[in-house]
Ligand binder design. Structure first.
Ligand code: AMP
Ligand code: ZN
Length: 246
């Protein structure tokens, strides 16, 4: 999608209720990158449980100290901890029109909790009792591609923008953020040993969510190849715009 078309659509979407959007995909599938783009398009916040947890670790909060060990070893943090984090975040006023969950849910328990929570809190319910259900965008990427992307991933510590030394998403100057000049960093858990563990855990714990959402007719699978950056955003935005009410 061209910048002008994006701009026009962004303005068109400024006031409408978008509802909950879930980005589902393996580590390295491009959830963070697409979440940033979709967030700008609809003007709704991106909620990344991984970013929030990393922030807790940096600030050495009790939650951060509790989660650090699991994250460093590529294990998932306890369901209750992340569910409470999300529950608090989505009550904030900026989530009124909708939000994008990037990296949540990651287990069946989390998905079931989210459905229950949205229903109990009557979130995104109209006067007619119709409710916007989560739209799930699944980014599909082959295993070897995921490995290549994860080993090349670089993040800006200032603005959060994601780059990749192994794809066309390179910064203009190696190792430096295009937007603010910060030195790009490699995530602690983007080392090969931990990457393999994260991908294993994804298959065991998160992949079952594909059939969970498929059965509920909420899943939109999108080919997540790196060369399709704009096409992925356009397909995802279209699916979100056409999301049903139940
Ligand atoms: P991410 O930035 O999404 O790749 O997440 C980094 C790490 O944070 C994961 O490997 C997990 O240890 C932890 N994490 C993030 N989101 C969740 C979640 N929904 N459930 C459990 N652990 C999570
Ligand atoms: Zn930056």
């Amino acid at each position: 999608m061209g910048t002008e078309a994006m701009q026009e659509r962004t303005e068109k979407n400024a006031g409408s209720v978008v509802g909950p959007v879930i980005l589902l995909g393996a580590p390295g599938a491009g959830k963070g990158t697409q979440a940033q783009r979709i967030s700008e398009h609809f003007g709704i916040p991106q909620i990344s449980t991984g970013d929030t947890l990393r922030d807790h670790i940096r600030r050495k909060t009790p939650l951060g100290n509790q989660a650090r060990d699991q994250m460093e070893h590529g294990q998932l943090v306890a369901d209750q901890v992340v569910c409470e984090m999300v529950a608090e975040r989505i009550t904030r006023p900026d989530c009124e029109r909708g939000f994008i969950l990037d990296g949540f849910p990651r287990t069946l328990k989390q998905a079931q909790w989210l459905d229950r929570h949205l229903a109990q809190k009557h979130m995104f319910e109209t006067d007619q009792g119709c409710r916007k259900q989560p739209i799930v965008i699944q980014l599909t990427v082959e295993y070897n591609d995921l490995l290549r992307r994860l080993t090349g991933r670089r993040t800006c510590p200032t603005c959060g923008r994601i780059y990749n030394a192994n794809t066309s998403q390179k910064p203009l100057v190696e190792g430096v953020c295009d937007l603010d000049g910060s030195v790009l960093v490699i995530r602690n858990d983007d080392c090969e040993e931990v990457i393999v563990e994260r991908l294993k855990n994804y298959e065991a714990q998160t992949l079952p969510l594909v059939s969970y959402y498929e059965m509920r007719k909420r899943l939109h699978a999108v080919n997540g190849s790196a060369s399709r950056l704009d096409a992925i955003t356009a397909e995802a935005c279209k699916a979100i715009e056409h999301g049903d009410c139940v």
